[in-house]
Ligand binder design. Structure first.
Ligand code: UDP
Ligand code: MG
Length: 313
C-alpha cells in the first residue's frame, strides 16, 4: 500500500448488501482508469445485513488499494465519513455513497476540477430522479439555509464531492459530534466550485432518509452553522415588547377616558395563543442549541471501531 496516494475515496456503507457487488464492479475500473495511486476506504456503519462480509471479501480481492473500517454500531453516515477521514492518507479525498446514485465514473471529472486549483468540488445532480414535490421542498429549504448560514450548496443531497488535504485536516481537528460534512468542508474551503454530475436511481436497497429526516437535516444545518435564529428570536421578542408597552399605555389612557371595558375577549385569546406559539417555538429553538452543546460537552467517543482491515507493510 502506498503511504500517501494521490486519491482517497471514502464510502459509508449501511445495509447495502444488494448493491455492493455492482459498486465494486464499477468503482475499481473507474479508479484504475484514472492512472493515479488511490485507496478506497469503506466504513461499515453497523450494517445488519451481509455488507460487512462483502466488504471483507472485497478487501481480500484488492488488499493493495482497499481498507475497511468496521463500526460496532450505527453512528450515522456522517460519523462514518469522519472515521474514513481520520484514516485516509490521500492528497485529495472524495466521498461517495455506496448506493451508486452518484456514478463513480464522475470521480475523474472532480479530479479535473481540482487540477484547476479548486480545493472543494461540490456536485449538482444533472437531472434529479426524485419526485417533483421533493425537488421543490429541497429548493425552498436550500434558499433559507443559504441565507442563514452563507453556505452555498446548490444540491446539498449529493455526497459525491472532492476535498483537498487541508480541508480534511481542518475537519479532523474540529471534532464535531453531529455535523453535515459537505457544509463543514465548505466552511473551511477558500476556493470552492461545483460541477454537474449524473444522477441515477438507487440501484438496489432503499433510501435511509425519510422526509422527516430531510427536515431534521436542514434544521441541524442551520443550528449547526449559524446563530442567526437565536438573534432573530431576540429581535422578535424585542419588537413584541415594544409593541406591548405602547399597547399598555393606550389601554391605560382608554381606561381613564372610557372607563372599564370587557369586550374583545376572543381577540385577547388570539393574541395570547399567538404569543404562546412564539414562546414555545423559542423554547424549542433554544433546546436545539442546548442539545448540541450537551452532545459536545459529554465528550463521548463519536464512534466505536470494531476492527480495521488493512494491509500492513
Ligand atoms: N449510510 C450510513 N449510515 C446510515 C445511513 C446511511 O452509512 O445510518 C450510508 C448509506 O449506506 C449510503 C449513504 O450513507 O452509502 C447515503 O445513504 P442513502 O442512500 O440512504 O441516503 P440518500 O441517498 O437517500 O440521501
Ligand atoms: Mg442515496
Amino acid at each position: 500500500m502506498i503511504a500517501t496516494p494521490k486519491l482517497s475515496v471514502v464510502i459509508p456503507v449501511y445495509n447495502e448488501e444488494a448493491g455492493l457487488a455492482e459498486l465494486f464492479a464499477r468503482l475499481y475500473p473507474a479508479l484504475d482508469k484514472l492512472g493515479c495511486d488511490f485507496e478506497i476506504i469503506f466504513v461499515n456503519d453497523g450494517s445488519m445485513d451481509r455488507s460487512a462480509a462483502l466488504l471483507r471479501e472485497q478487501f481480500q480481492t484488492r488488499p493493495d488499494v482497499t481498507r475497511v473500517v468496521l463500526f460496532n454500531g450505527n453512528y450515522g453516515q456522517h460519523m462514518a465519513i469522519m472515521a474514513g477521514f481520520e484514516r485516509c492518507r490521500g492528497e485529495r479525498i472524495v466521498t461517495l455513497d455506496a448506493d451508486l446514485q452518484n456514478p463513480p465514473e464522475e470521480i475523474g471529472n472532480l479530479m479535473l476540477e481540482m487540477d484547476k486549483g479548486f480545493d472543494y468540488v461540490g456536485s449538482i445532480r444533472r437531472k434529479r430522479q426524485d419526485m417533483a414535490w421533493r425537488r421543490w421542498a429541497s429548493k425552498a429549504m436550500n434558499r433559507t439555509r443559504e441565507r442563514l448560514t452563507h453556505i452555498k450548496m446548490t444540491d446539498q443531497g449529493c455526497m459525491l464531492r472532492a476535498y483537498s488535504r487541508d480541508i480534511i485536516d481542518a475537519i479532523n481537528q474540529s471534532r464535531e459530534v453531529s455535523t453535515y460534512i459537505p457544509a463543514l468542508a465548505y466552511s473551511f474551503s477558500h476556493n470552492p466550485t461545483e460541477i454537474e454530475v449524473e444522477h441515477e436511481e438507487r440501484s438496489a436497497g432503499e433510501s435511509k432518509y425519510s422526509l422527516y429526516k430531510l427536515i431534521r437535516l436542514n434544521f441541524d444545518l442551520v443550528t449547526g452553522f449559524s446563530t442567526v435564529p437565536l438573534q432573530v428570536f431576540s429581535l422578535i421578542g424585542f419588537a413584541i415588547s415594544l409593541f406591548s408597552i405602547v399597547f399598555v399605555i393606550y389601554l391605560g389612557i382608554r381606561r381613564l377616558i372610557v372607563g372599564p371595558e370587557a369586550e374583545g375577549l376572543f381577540t385577547l385569546f388570539g393574541i395570547a395563543f399567538f404569543l404562546i406559539g412564539v414562546t414555545l417555538f423559542g423554547i424549542g429553538l433554544l433546546g436545539e442549541y442546548v442539545g448540541r452543546i450537551y452532545q459536545q460537552v459529554r465528550e463521548r467517543p463519536r464512534y466505536l471501531i470494531q476492527a480495521v482491515l488493512e494491509k500492513t507493510e
